[in-house]
Ligand binder design. Structure first.
Ligand SMILES: C[S@@+](CC[C@H](N)C(=O)[O-])C[C@H]1O[C@@H](n2cnc3c(N)ncnc32)[C@H](O)[C@@H]1O
Length: 279
């Protein structure tokens, strides 16, 4: 199943190029930084906990799960008006709909027609991305009825990652994909919602991920290939593998380029192959 959103930091490249690094045998899947959910949609887990701290995003998942017909109907209406009214995009951007279904379809409409699928809000929490060049509100790949059935197996939560990770145990696979904040880079932070993901959050996350691994969960973290992140995950339980977003695994630091990222895990070896988890 394909994600229905375009999302900054989306992990479609991980699903396409590093499928073998993703653990598929778990009873339950946990993804605390859901975003567009590229890995979640590639896995078809029997049970899942999916969560994010972007309230509008989580509302969209809940409405697709519970009222898919409403989403289809409202997106069709957005498509008609987008094609026929000047400035329709800005009119919708300025609105604050009341019902959860209208909020969800506005969110999906803006994601598909705004500049580069960005999500950015001003200090008052109002979405402020300008109109982009794409005009397709309805996609060929859309199947919200099937997606609703897919999402029935998931517990969907609007919450901080710590609450999701607290639930992880021996039967779980946890995929952790936080905003890539690094130390000494606080002027360049990535802002996905009203809350900045700070270096303190990265430290908090490393502690929660460690707890989840100690509780027996298979844990895979993607993060920035930056010395501060390597240091943060230097405990013996973790294997760190440098990967290239566009191609094959680059296991040593000489191969690092702009496009490298870091995978951190308790079930991969240094070559990115799955191994037995040590307890
Ligand atoms: C890199 S994106 C995840 C992308 C996702 N893996 C995909 O494939 O589209 C990071 C996500 O973390 C969320 N986020 C930021 N701070 C958070 C927090 N404290 N707890 C949970 N989610 C958070 C953001 O709203 C954003 O959706």
């Amino acid at each position: 199943m394909q994600p229905f959103l375009k999302w900054a930091g989306g992990k479609r490249w991980l699903v396409s190029n590093y499928k073998d690094c993703i653990y598929t045998e778990a009873e339950r899947y946990i993804e605390p930084f859901l975003g567009g959910g590229a890995v979640f949609f590639s896995l078809d887990p029997k049970k899942a906990i999916i969560a994010d701290l972007n309230e509008e995003l989580i509302n969209a998942y809940l409405v697709i799960r519970d009222q898919p017909e409403k989403v289809i109907q409202q997106l069709k209406s957005h498509q008609r008006k987008h094609n026929s009214e000047n400035n329709y995009y800005y009119k919708i951007r300025d609105q604050s709909p009341r019902t959860s279904a209208s909020k969800a379809s506005r969110f999906i409409y803006l994601n598909r027609t705004c500049f580069n699928g960005l999500y950015r809000v001003n200090l008052n929490g109002k979405f402020n991305v300008p109109k982009g060049t794409k005009n397709s509100v309805i996609m060929e790949s859309d199947d919200f009825i099937r997606m609703s059935a897919y999402l029935q197996k998931a517990t969907i939560e609007y919450q901080d990652f710590s609450a999701s990770l607290r639930k992880a145990g021996a039967k779980d696979f946890v995929f952790i994909d936080p905003p890539y904040t690094v130390k000494h880079n606080m002027n360049n932070f990535v802002k996905y919602n009203e809350t900045i993901f700070s270096w303190r959050d990265q430290e908090r996350l490393a502690d929660c991920a460690y707890e989840a691994a100690c509780a027996g969960a298979r844990v895979l973290i993607s993060n920035a290939d930056h010395p501060s992140i390597h240091k943060l995950y230097s405990r013996r339980i973790w294997r760190r593998v440098v990967v290239n977003r566009n191609s094959v695994i680059a296991s040593d630091s000489n191969c690092r380029k702009e496009t490298t990222e870091l995978l951190i895990s308790n079930y991969l070896n240094n070559q990115g192959e799955q191994v037995q988890v040590r307890s």
